[in-house]
Design a protein around this ligand. Structure first.
Ligand code: SF4
Ligand code: SF4
Length: 468
């Protein structure tokens, strides 16, 4: 019998499948610490640090990361991307998609559990909830109480901190699209533009709602990734698993009791793994699409195993093959395929970006007349040159024409541009009738930076004349 290479995602509430709507049961996640939670704290702080500090970094006396939509220029440290460079952005998105596929096949939902913005902000919001309202049992008790001054103060504190964090998140987001220091002063003097104000309001509400109220529902009902993850999983994908063979039959017992004599497995049915789960599932029911791979249940169960003097690892990162005692395969065709494509795309992308010439030349022939015959009998063609200085410094450029003998260019030998300037230049090329060999000839324009010879572009155009 062939072995299926996909893990079925189980329906955890099959008895409810007839209902189209089920009221959400509020999840009171228990606070915990442990090895994987420490790793999560580090990744969450790194993610938050990169996000909140990003717009405040400077490069060459300007904002290091700025997506200047009105000017249609994206500044990312020493690079300036123009609308013509949007190919790079699409490329980057494709690389990100392949990286997600690769790491999902390799290690399951590590993105969801450790670095997804929804997880990061929700964890931060939950931490605020923990410090203002207390741990799980205190929050359950508080919510069950009628409104009182004490309850009001706690709730007020929590929501105020949530809103402050949401606003700062929104301000930072807008700060990636408008110079953040100016935005800060505008905010301080209540002089923010209507659009900036609208987006700040929008993202404040979105952050507050998603991380404060919707939380796991975003992962369960709104995120498409949760739905198609099982397609990418195979029997060697690292997942959070419960060792059913070791844990069952589950049951309560004293610490001193011998589980073998009681006919019990290692699971003491303490429910700790359920209480720490941010999505409220019971991992003992098997892999479920709600599981974001945060490993909170591993840390919780390991602490219980320590207390019971049982070996750790009743819940652990493992693979379906490993759990069943079958051979494990780290290098699988699918993983190798994704890895090779990802590696090639990254190498090609980096080499293309680094070898990119920050200079662009467009040549537009005069559309009104193919050519003009002068009173001296010579033939003239007119062109519009668009020279785009994509660097972040002023540049002088030399312009040369080649491809035709004895052509007479009416072009300035050198032109100056400001940083990021698009220079439009109307020029003419002239030829004497005796030098013209054919009606339609190729002519080349070369623009070269005076200060950096590696910045050189050549574009071809046509020189037209009445002669054969
Ligand atoms: S935390 Fe461990 S011992 Fe407790 S219920 Fe979960 S699996 Fe069983
Ligand atoms: S089952 Fe475990 S790993 Fe999955 S979301 Fe819940 S706590 Fe996190």
């Amino acid at each position: 019998m062939s072995t299926p290479d996909k893990i079925a995602v189980k329906e955890i509430n099959p008895q409810d499948s007839g209902d189209l709507y089920k009221k959400r049961e509020k999840i009171y996640q228990r606070h915990l610490s442990g090895f994987f939670q420490n790793i999560r704290i580090v990744t969450i702080w790194i993610t938050l640090g990169v996000y909140f500090l990003g717009p405040w970094l400077s490069w060459d006396s300007r904002q290091a990361v700025l997506f200047d939509l009105p000017e249609r220029k994206f500044y990312i440290f020493w690079f300036t991307f123009w609308p013509q460079d949007f190919l790079y952005l699409s490329w980057l998105l494709i690389i990100a998609a392949f990286a997600l596929f690769f790491f999902t096949v390799l290690a399951g939902r590590v993105w969801c559990g450790y670095t997804c913005p929804q997880t990061v902000w929700t964890t931060f919001f939950m931490w605020i909830e923990h410090i203002t309202e207390g741990d799980r049992h205190q929050r359950i008790k508080l919510d069950a109480q009628p409104m009182s001054t004490k309850k009001f103060v706690k709730k007020f504190m929590k929501h105020s901190l949530w809103l402050a964090l949401s606003f700062w998140t929104a301000f930072t987001f807008v700060g990636y699209f408008a110079p953040v220091r100016e935005l800060w002063f505008d905010l301080f003097y209540l002089n923010v533009s209507g659009w900036a104000l609208f987006w700040m309001f929008f993202f404040t509400v979105a952050t507050y709602t998603n991380a404060g109220w919707l939380r796991e529902q975003v992962c369960m009902y709104m995120c498409p990734y949760a739905r198609f993850q099982s397609v990418m999983f195979d029997r060697d994908t690292l997942i959070v698993t419960y060792d059913e063979a070791r844990g069952e039959p589950r049951g309560a017992r004293k610490k001193t009791a011998n589980p073998d004599e009681m006919g019990l497995g290692s699971c003491i049915n303490c429910q700790m793994c359920v209480q720490v789960c941010p999505t409220g599932i019971d991992i003992r029911n098997g892999l479920q699409y709600e599981c974001i791979g945060c490993a909170a249940c591993i840390d919780a169960c390991d602490s219980i195993m320590d207390q019971m003097n049982y070996p750790r690892g009743l819940i652990k990162y493992s693979t379906e093959n490993a759990i069943e005692g079958k051979p494990i395969h780290i290098l699988r065709p699918r993983l190798i395929g994704y890895g090779v494509v990802l590696g090639l795309m990254i190498i090609t992308f980096l080499s293309t970006v680094y070898s990119r010439v920050p200079l662009e030349l467009d040549i537009i022939r005069d559309r009104n007349a193919l050519y003009r015959e002068t009173w001296q009998g010579t033939v003239e063609n007119t062109y519009t040159l668009k020279i785009m200085n994509k660097t972040q410094a002023a540049q002088d450029y030399h312009i040369d024409v080649s491809g035709l003998d004895n052509i007479i260019p009416h072009i300035p030998k050198e032109v100056s541009t400001l940083a990021g300037e698009l220079l439009t230049l109307v020029v003419t090329l002239e030829m004497k009738p005796e030098d013209i060999k054919q009606r339609n000839s190729t002519v080349y324009f070369t623009v070269k930076s005076a200060s950096d010879p590696s910045q050189e572009v050549t574009e071809e155009s046509r020189f037209l004349s009445p002669r054969n």
